[in-house]
Design a protein around this ligand. Structure first.
Ligand code: MN
Length: 201
């Protein structure tokens, strides 16, 4: 059973004006589709791996045959990261509350300080990659960042609860070289209910 691009839970223009419809359509229908095609191609001649979950594949890359480790890391990571990214965004925005907000305040003092550290990680990631807010093994929130399509599941550093794609394909049409402006605007479309669900799970 081949891996598939999941449907978006909202329309391409639902996140405007913060993320434009054309960026969303290209990002979901072409970039994400390319990662899925790459993952399926890597697994094509490995029938024993085709039934494994995506999390199992990218969570133990060293267990894979050497010839496909890089492909699964890049394409499988890209598939997981984008599937996650579509879910932790939604139109309407809002603010975090409940146990998630308590953990943010415990870890960072204020919500703005968490956003500042997350934004600095996003801005400071040289080249392409992601910034993350993860729940570590102690249950605490931490800001991290990864290059390329790597993610915190690959080194067991925590469970992602929030993450932003800072590849240029995620923002170049609207923001060109102004990555920090994209990050600032992006906070308006964070789906805090989904972030809270992932934190609590
Ligand atoms: Mn992307």
């Amino acid at each position: 059973m081949a891996h598939e691009v999941p449907a978006l839970g909202y329309s391409f223009d639902a996140l405007e004006p913060h993320i434009d419809a054309q960026t969303m359509e290209i990002h979901h229908d072409r970039h994400h589709a390319t990662y899925v095609a790459g993952l399926n191609a890597a697994l094509e001649s490995h029938a024993n791996l085709q039934g494994k979950s995506l999390e199992d594949l990218i969570g133990d890359l060293d267990a894979l045959p050497g010839g496909i480790q890089t492909a699964v890391r890049n394409s499988g990571g890209g598939h997981w990261n984008h599937s996650f990214f579509w879910q932790i965004m939604a139109p309407g925005g809002g603010e975090p509350g409940g146990a998630l907000l308590d953990a943010i305040l415990a870890g960072f003092g204020t919500l703005n300080e968490m956003k500042a550290q997350f934004s600095a990680a996003a801005a400071g990631r040289f080249g392409s990659g992601w910034a993350w807010l993860v729940k570590n093994s102690a249950g605490d929130l931490q800001v991290t960042s990864t290059p390329n399509q790597d993610n915190p599941l690959m080194d067991g550093s925590g469970d992602p609860v929030l993450g932003i794609d800072v590849w240029e394909h995620a923002y170049y049409l609207n923001y060109q070289n102004k990555r920090p402006d994209y990050v600032t605007a992006w906070f308006n479309v964070v789906n805090w209910d989904e972030v809270a669900r992932r934190f609590g799970g």
